[in-house]
Design a protein around this ligand. Structure first.
Ligand code: BGC
Length: 746
């Protein structure tokens, strides 16, 4: 700290820290020294030009602006070497206000964890928190102050490429994951040198893009906004998230970036959010093509009024805000409020005490190739994969299986395992464990056979023959198919969700050999693979599992780990079924029930050509063992007021392996003043059971769990009948009913 702080303290005694001065006072003391232009500079964020490990190249215009205090934050710069170099430029500015370095540390920095959607299938909050903690440790040791994560957008459309970046389709569950990830990134508090600021994004409703097309229009009822899309953001605020990012989309006609309702009324008003809001990449400028602002000046005016504190990359603020203040169009108070929020975080991060406190090469080294971090990444990866099928106990592969054929375009692929939001390093090819590497590490190359079979994309089937002949030589066939790392992610939306290219055909060719075929699917979204689902012997959905992918896959295939993951998103059978979330409303003509008398069965809420049921429901996932559920037990059938309803069930491991089961609790409000979903997740419990063991799983429900937004957007519960359901997934549930009254006197 010392050198810079002493310097500052000499020049500006008002900067001085000390017990007696609160951060608010210190912020004020800095702000008193700032010109309007310098204040606006703090609201300006630039891209660092080059995601490099080598020396950063920053163009001279930006360099000059940093030196004159016209930049508050830089993104996409990594490593101690590069961040130090740029921070040194900021130290040449008049007030020496440190820069904040932001980066998309979405699921790991040096050690890449499974993509967030995959991790969410572990249903393990402590583990997700730990993964984020490790990412924060590595990133902060390498000069990063701020991650643009977690993405807490609820996503119900697998065409949308960014579904990979969230926690799936359920709001209640997504809120828990949001809180866990914020806690993980921020650790025990921002003052610690291993904490990074988290950023809840994209505020709001970005996941509801029409047609599953990125950046597209969002049009929602106020109730759906409040009930489905806002709660994970509120959970992030409650977990003390330092920052928010607004969103590219319009919401009911208003760009989220220009929405005062979202940013001023809800976030900073009702939710008392004390951090700051950054725009999404150039999203202030994008209000022009949205048809909401005539030019960047108007865009800046609308964004600052709406409560957007920092401009990522669009230069709308730096070029226009001072003028807007001078013209009397923007009150200086708005600028002051934004700058106060930003400086407060810089103080909380300890950057005024030492702008280089995240620039310690020794610390960077200690986190660089950290074996413990890799070990955790392997464990998270094992817990994120979901076993979708295992007919005749094909898996795990028993040790006497002699020859194992590894076939498919993803067997030897390394980089694809990192997914779209990877942070790449020059030595990646040495560090990332492919499926081939993982299996070879475990059983030795001698027992493995290989054929690529086909590419991920394209129509070329010329490799099929070799693949089939390799399969014939083996006792068991593992075929690894799926998406390339950049087929799901930002701007990576697809209308066709079938396995790309001729991969499904390859799998079917292999199945005709009569050998047991295990299909491993690596992807960033639910794909459609109905024929494989029917004919393969086993299917393991691995998503993209990160640096340790291959080791984790081998652990599962060979039975060192018994899979326990369960889907946090519904898998459709056809694109035409989308959206297909489990927690939909009923209709007046529900499918799958007896026809209403006099109404032909055809006049039901279904499709003529396909089933309206998913291929795999929300919450679904198998284990190498089997679990039997006993009868549902309730401590009362007539809870009243704020009574606790105790729901319990005995779960027995009836198979041969020790395993973990994710027991799920759902409720349904049968009649309400607003139609309610057929099921809503309200609890889960992950229990480890040895063969033959029974455990009683208990859930507590209170009237808080019954609440919803009524037609006037009041958050209330209503008395009446409720269905309580418990089981292994959202489509396989034991059920009972209770009548919940306001008071027992009734
Ligand atoms: C994405 C954000 C991301 C930002 C910075 C944008 O395009 O929407 O999620 O944090 O870029 O990389």
């Amino acid at each position: 700290m010392k050198k810079y702080w002493l310097l500052l303290a000499l020049i500006f005694p008002l900067f001085a820290s000390g017990q007696s001065r609160t951060i608010a006072e210190r912020v004020d003391s800095v702000m008193n020294l700032m010109t309007l232009e310098e204040k606006i500079g703090q609201m300006n964020q630039y891209n660092g030009d080059k995601k490099a490990t080598g020396p950063i190249s920053i163009n001279t215009d930006k360099e000059g602006q940093i030196k004159s205090g016209m930049v508050g934050s830089v993104l996409n710069v990594k490593t101690v070497f590069n961040t130090r170099k740029i921070q040194e430029l900021a130290m040449q500015s008049r007030l020496k206000i440190p820069l904040l370095f932001g980066l998309d540390v979405i699921h790991g920095y040096r050690t890449i964890f499974p993509i967030p959607l995959a991790e969410s299938c572990s249903w393990d909050m402590a583990l997700m928190e730990l993964a984020a903690r490790i990412a924060a440790k590595e990133a902060s040791a390498s000069g990063t102050h701020w991650t643009f994560a977690p993405m807490v957008d609820i996503a119900r459309d697998p065409r949308w490429g960014r579904i990979m970046e969230g926690a799936g389709e359920d709001t209640w569950y997504g809120s828990k994951v949001a809180a866990a990830r914020v806690k993980g990134f921020q650790g025990t508090g921002l003052g610690n040198s291993d904490a990074v600021m988290a950023c809840a994004k994209h505020f709001a409703a970005y996941g509801a893009a029409q047609g599953g097309r990125d950046y597209n229009t969002v049009d929602l009822s106020e109730r759906e906004l409040h009930e489905v899309y806002l709660p994970p953001f509120k959970a992030a605020v409650d977990a003390n998230v330092a920052t928010f990012m607004n969103a590219f989309n319009t919401l009911n006609g208003i760009p989220a970036t220009g929405s005062a309702m979202l940013q001023r009324v809800y976030l900073k008003g009702k939710w008392h959010f004390g951090g700051f809001v950054v725009s999404d990449w150039e999203s202030i400028g994008e209000m022009i093509p949205h048809g909401y602002a005539a030019d960047k000046k108007e865009a800046a005016l609308l964004a600052i009024k709406a409560g957007c504190d920092m401009d990522m990359q669009s230069r709308s603020y730096i070029d226009n805000l001072a003028q807007l203040v001078r013209e009397g169009k923007v009150e200086e108070n708005l600028i002051n409020d934004a700058v106060r929020r930003i400086l407060t975080k810089k103080f909380e991060m300890g950057l005024f005490d030492d702008p280089f406190r995240f620039c310690d090469p020794e610390r960077e080294k200690s986190q660089w190739n950290n074996r413990e971090n890799l070990y955790v990444a392997r464990d998270v990866a094992r817990k994120s994969a979901v076993l979708l099928k295992n007919s005749g106990n094909t898996l795990p592969i028993i040790s006497k299986t002699n020859k194992i054929a590894l076939i498919g375009p993803l067997v030897k692929s390394k980089f694809d395992n990192l997914g779209f939001w990877n942070i790449s390093w020059p030595d990646d090819s040495l560090r990332i464990v492919s499926l081939w590497d993982g299996m070879a590490n475990r059983v030795g190359k001698e027992r493995l056979l290989y054929a690529k079979g086909c590419n991920i994309e394209g129509e070329d089937e010329s490799g099929f023959e070799e693949a089939v002949s390799v399969a014939r030589k083996a006792d068991i066939v593992i075929v690894s198919v799926g998406e390339k790392f950049d087929m799901s992610g930002e701007g990576k939306c697809r209308s066709n969700l079938h396995l790309p290219g001729v991969q499904e055909k390859l799998v079917m060719e292999l199945i005709t050999t009569g050998k047991p075929v295990i299909v491993m699917i690596s992807a960033g979204r639910p794909l459609i693979f109905n024929t494989i689902a029917e004919h393969a012997h086993a299917i393991l959905y691995t998503w993209w599992l990160g640096t340790e992918a291959g080791n984790a896959m081998a652990d599962i295939l060979l039975g060192d780990y018994n899979p326990s993951g369960k889907l946090t998103v519904t898998f459709p059978r056809a694109e035409g079924q989308i959206p297909l979330n489990y927690n939909h409303l009923n209709t007046g003509r529900p499918d799958g029930e007896k026809a209403i008398s006099g109404v032909n069965k055809i006049y039901k809420s279904n499709y003529l050509d396909i089933s309206s049921l998913p291929l795999y429901p929300f919450g679904y996932g198998l284990s190498y063992t089997t679990f039997k559920y006993g009868e549902l037990m309730l401590n009362t059938h007539k809870p009243a007021g704020n009574d606790t309803l105790e729901v319990s069930i005995d779960v027995t491991n009836t198979g041969q392996y020790q395993g973990e089961e994710i027991v799920q609790l759902y409720i349904r409000d049968i009649v309400a003043s607003v139609a309610r979903p057929v099921k809503e997740l309200k609890g889960f419990s992950k229990v480890m059971l040895t063969p033959g063991e029974t455990k009683r799983v208990k859930f507590m429900l209170s009237n808080e769990d019954l609440k919803f937004y009524d037609s006037n957007l009041n958050y209330i519960w209503e008395e009446g009948e409720f269905q309580v359901m418990v089981g292994p997934n959202s489509a396989d549930l034991k059920s009972d009913k209770v009548v919940w009254c306001r008071s027992s006197a009734k």
